[in-house]
Ligand binder design. Structure first.
Ligand SMILES: *Cc1c(COP(=O)(O)O)cnc(C)c1O
Length: 365
């Protein structure tokens, strides 16, 4: 994991931000599989001033690792989780009067519960759809001496679909309410954009803060190549060649013998599989870099191993490094390529790497 890349990606995002808007680095789901605490620290070093997670336990994990930045817990919370989030001095999100009324009083040593109101402008998920209810919630929280009204937020459903009509419609609905609520509540922190929204509309969508996840890891929010956006992938997924064996024409490999050598060749065995999150649908449908060359994955991905075709004459030997995502020599495999092969998005590829994959954070230089 290249934490320097996370830091640089955050710097790059900060350069884009309008009028000194703040950058909130989203490190939910263990930092999209990259390691939440490590990436949080790198993001803060790169100029992020807030962190966001989905659950209270994720906030507790960051605190446990000594991170004292502002944390927004964005998800739905049970009463137990609310207590946990507040104990960790995290901000929480509200969209019902019942939730606000049930927020616990401040206890000794704790700050006032800080609350962000969520307006569902067209995501159709968490948040209230009713602008009057947004106004009411803001008033209810602001008038409650036990609470602090901290922010107003929304979330975009289609920011990654450039040119669509839904994103500007959501933005309009949100903007319509922003001026009025800022006038009523001067300190209110307004935030809406995810990574795609941050790139897509730099003039109107940034408000006081953007919440970027995927982009801070150097993944392209539009699912293409992150490089033209000035982003560098932080993650590389590596394994090594554990064995090389000769195959004669007709020899098959792996479960179901789904691939057979069409001619004499050499097959390399790599100790990584779907138990690591290298999904089984990549069977006969991926490539791996060894010795700066690309080799097709052949046969079925099993839990602990995959096999690659090295060709009839190979200099590859056991112990050679193998790159499944990342760079080797002049070759590059993007998480976006793996996602396209799987019919999914880059987010799911990195989030799907399991706990068995050792996360290494080499120092730069
Ligand atoms: C995950 C999430 C984000 C970050 O989205 P990216 O597309 O990864 O930038 C922002 N806001 C909310 C509410 C989220 O759940």
């Amino acid at each position: 994991m290249d934490l320097g890349a996370v830091e640089r990606n955050c710097r790059r995002l900060r350069e884009l931000l309008t009028d000194g808007a703040e950058l909130c680095a989203v490190v939910k789901a263990d930092g999209y599989g990259h390691g939440a605490a490590q990436c949080a620290r790198a993001a803060l070093a790169g100029g992020a001033s807030w962190l966001a997670v989905a659950t209270a336990a994720e906030a507790a994990w960051l605190r446990l690792r000594g991170i004292d930045a502002r944390i927004l817990v964005m998800g739905a919370l049970t009463p137990t989780e609310v207590h946990m989030a507040l104990r960790e001095d995290a901000d929480v999100v509200a969209w019902t009067h019942e939730f606000v009324a049930a927020l616990p009083d401040r206890r000794a040593g704790l700050t006032l519960p800080r609350v962000h109101v969520k307006y569902d402008t067209g995501m159709g998920r968490l948040g209230t759809r009713d602008p009057d209810e947004v106004r009411e919630l803001c008033r209810q929280i602001a008038e409650d001496p036990r609470l602090e009204l901290s922010g107003l937020m929304t979330h975009f459903a289609t920011a990654d679909e450039r040119g669509d009509e839904h994103f500007p419609a959501q933005l309009r609905r949100f903007t319509d309410l922003v001026d009025e609520l800022r006038a009523a509540h001067p300190g209110l922190l307004i935030h809406a954009a995810n990574s795609a929204g941050t790139f897509r509309d730099a003039t109107a969508a940034h408000f006081h803060m953007v919440r970027c996840g995927v982009a801070i890891y150097g993944l392209d929010p539009f699912g293409a190549d992150p490089e033209p956006l000035g982003l560098t992938p932080a993650l590389s997924l590596e394994s090594y060649v554990a064995a090389v064996k000769r195959f004669e024409k007709g020899d098959g490999v792996g479960y179901g013998q789904t691939w057979r050598a069409g001619a004499p060749t050499c097959v390399g065995v790599l100790p990584i599989g779907y138990g690591d999150g290298w999904r089984r649908s990549l069977s006969n449908n991926a490539r791996v870099l060894v010795r700066d060359r690309s080799h097709p994955l052949v046969g079925t991905v099993s839990m602990d191993n995959i096999t690659i075709d090295l060709g009839p004459e190979t200099d590859v030997v056991p112990g050679d490094r193998a790159v499944l995502i990342g760079r080797q020599g002049g070759e590059r495999i993007l998480a976006e390529e793996v996602a396209a092969r799987l019919g999914t998005i880059n987010y799911e590829v990195t989030c799907g790497l399991t706990g068995r994959v050792l996360r290494a954070y080499p120092r730069e230089g």
